[in-house]
Ligand binder design. Structure first.
Ligand SMILES: Cc1cc2nc3c(=O)[nH]c(=O)nc-3n(C[C@H](O)[C@H](O)[C@H](O)COP(=O)(O)O)c2cc1C
Length: 187
C-alpha cells in the first residue's frame, strides 16, 4: 500500500504531554513550514502565517498565559497555575497557524479561514510523515485577547491552531470514526 495512504489511514493525534524530545531540527522545521504553505488558497491571498514557539519562548508565553489565568481565577492553587504556565512547554515545538482572513471583494472570509485550516492539517500530515507526532489544539488561550496581544496578533487575526510537534512517548490507541453511512449522501 502507498505510504501516503497508510499514513492518512492510521494517523492519530498524540496528547501534548506525550510529545517528547527531540522536536524538529531547524532544517526539518524549515521543510515542514515550507510544505505547510503549499495549500489551496483561493485568490492567492496567503491568508495565514506561522508563529514558531520553541525554547525559551514557550516559557515566556506560558508566563503570560499563567498571569491571565490567575487574574481570572485568583483562587486557583499553585499546581493549577503551573499547569497553565506549561501549556506551550509540553511539546518541544509548537507552531501556531494564524488566520489572516479579511474582507475581500471576491474571496469570502470563510474560504480564507478554510485555507488556514488546510495549512494546519498539511503541517500535521507532513510532521507525521517525518516520524513526529502532533496535536492540533486551540484551548482557551487561543481566544484570549491578552494572550493574542503577547503573541503579536493583529485585531483581525485569529489562531487556527497550535500544532504541537514532538516524538510520541506512547503509541496512540485508535478512536472511533464516524460510519460513512452517517456522513455520506449520494446524490
Ligand atoms: C481547530 C481545532 C482545534 C482543536 N482544539 C482542541 C483543543 O483545544 N483540545 C483538544 O483536546 N482537542 C482539540 N482539537 C482536536 C484534536 O486536534 C484532535 O483532532 C483530537 O484529539 C482527535 O485526534 P485525531 O487527530 O487522532 O483524530 C482541535 C481540533 C481542531 C481541528
Amino acid at each position: 500500500m502507498n505510504a501516503t495512504l497508510d499514513l492518512l489511514r492510521t494517523r492519530r493525534s498524540v496528547a501534548p504531554h506525550l510529545l517528547g524530545e527531540p522536536g524538529p531540527t531547524p532544517e526539518e522545521l524549515e521543510a515542514l513550514l515550507t510544505i505547510g504553505t503549499r495549500v489551496p488558497d483561493h485568490g492567492r491571498l496567503t491568508p495565514w502565517r506561522f508563529l514558531v514557539i520553541e525554547g525559551g519562548a514557550r516559557a515566556r508565553i506560558g508566563e503570560v498565559i499563567a498571569t491571565a489565568f490567575l487574574a481570572d481565577q485568583p483562587q486557583a492553587d499553585a499546581t493549577r497555575v503551573e499547569q497553565e504556565r506549561k501549556r506551550l512547554a509540553r511539546a518541544p515545538t509548537v507552531v501556531a497557524v494564524v488566520s489572516r482572513a479579511r474582507p475581500h471583494v471576491k474571496i469570502p472570509e470563510w474560504e480564507q479561514a478554510l485555507s488556514a485550516g488546510a495549512v494546519a492539517m498539511t503541517l500535521v500530515i507532513a510532521a507525521n510523515a517525518m516520524s513526529f507526532s502532533t496535536s492540533w489544539l486551540t484551548e482557551w488561550y487561543a481566544f484570549d485577547r491578552r494572550i493574542l496581544d503577547a503573541l503579536g496578533l493583529e485585531p483581525d487575526e485569529r489562531i487556527a491552531g497550535f500544532v504541537h510537534i514532538g516524538r510520541a512517548l506512547e503509541p496512540p490507541v485508535e478512536r472511533a470514526r464516524p460510519a460513512l453511512a452517517d456522513v455520506v449522501t449520494r446524490l
